[in-house]
Design a protein around this ligand. Structure first.
Ligand SMILES: C[S@@+](CC[C@H](N)C(=O)[O-])C[C@H]1O[C@@H](n2cnc3c(N)ncnc32)[C@H](O)[C@@H]1O
Length: 226
């Protein structure tokens, strides 16, 4: 089994261009109100005050998908994790503009949050366009590895869904191989259309639009936690 700690180092940038005044205000004022508490166990009651269904997105980028899901299902609680400050600012803008009160954010490694959740507490988990780490020697950094997947599997309820999207052919093949080795997930595709067509309840992100514009195929994987 791979060590979940292989992913424990955050690779890549945490901050890009300097924040504008309005963006800095979002970080100073809105973020503290909707941030996942810094430590201790977390569940729907801690985060939202009731026992609502709970979903989590790993690496939400600029937050379009997270906000889209949250707007569609106001009675579900959403936890978004993203270490990149400019991405967090994007998500904060969506939360403010959509008056979304069912979103909580963690600016950092998703695995830090996942490990603090009770087992079998998540109704769905999203991993959309994870960093591909194309070189073979970097493959251990990929989120789709047995270490992180063990942690994810433990936190999903039986019957919950794991959604994985990628436009990277290497990551696509890698994920199919790794997921195929697992007995705790069942691929929900019955025909090619099921993974080549974006489901209606899978909001598109800017990243995905750009990938399509560049002529990339996008694959939409849905796995059932058995
Ligand atoms: C290629 S981007 C895709 C962003 C978004 N999911 C989308 O589809 O638009 C990958 C994102 O994963 C984030 N990321 C990488 N490692 C992460 C980790 N351990 N926990 C949470 N997010 C992570 C990166 O900061 C980056 O924003």
């Amino acid at each position: 089994m791979n060590d979940p700690a292989t992913i424990r180092r955050l690779y890549g940038r945490r901050q890009g261009h300097k924040l504008r005044q309005g963006q800095a205000a979002l970080v100073e004022e809105l973020l503290p109100r909707i941030e996942v508490p810094a430590d201790g166990p977390i569940d729907a009651v801690t985060l939202f005050g009731d026992d609502r269904p709970l979903e989590l997105e790993i690496g939400f980028g600029a937050g379009e998908h997270l906000a889209g899901q949250a707007a569609m299902r106001p009675d579900t609680g959403f936890i978004g994790c993203e270490p990149f400050l400019n991405g967090v600012v994007g998500a904060l803008g969506h939360v403010r503009d959509g008056a979304l009160d069912n979103v909580r954010l963690h600016m950092g490694d998703a695995l830090e949050v996942i490990e603090r959740l009770p087992d079998a507490s998540l109704d769905r988990l999203y991993l959309l366009h994870p960093d591909p780490w194309r070189k073979a020697r970097h493959a251990k950094r990929r989120m789709v590895n047995h270490g992180p997947l063990d942690a994810i599997a433990a936190k999903l309820k039986p019957g919950a869904e794991f959604r994985l999207g990628t436009d990277d052919p290497t990551y696509c093949r890698w994920s199919m191989m790794v997921m195929n080795q697992r007995r705790d997930f069942r691929w929900l595709a019955e025909s090619a259309a099921d993974f080549l067509t974006r489901p209606d309840d899978w909001p598109e992100t800017r990243y995905e639009r750009k990938a399509r514009r560049q002529g990339h195929e996008v694959w939409y994987f849905r796995y059932l936690r058995v």
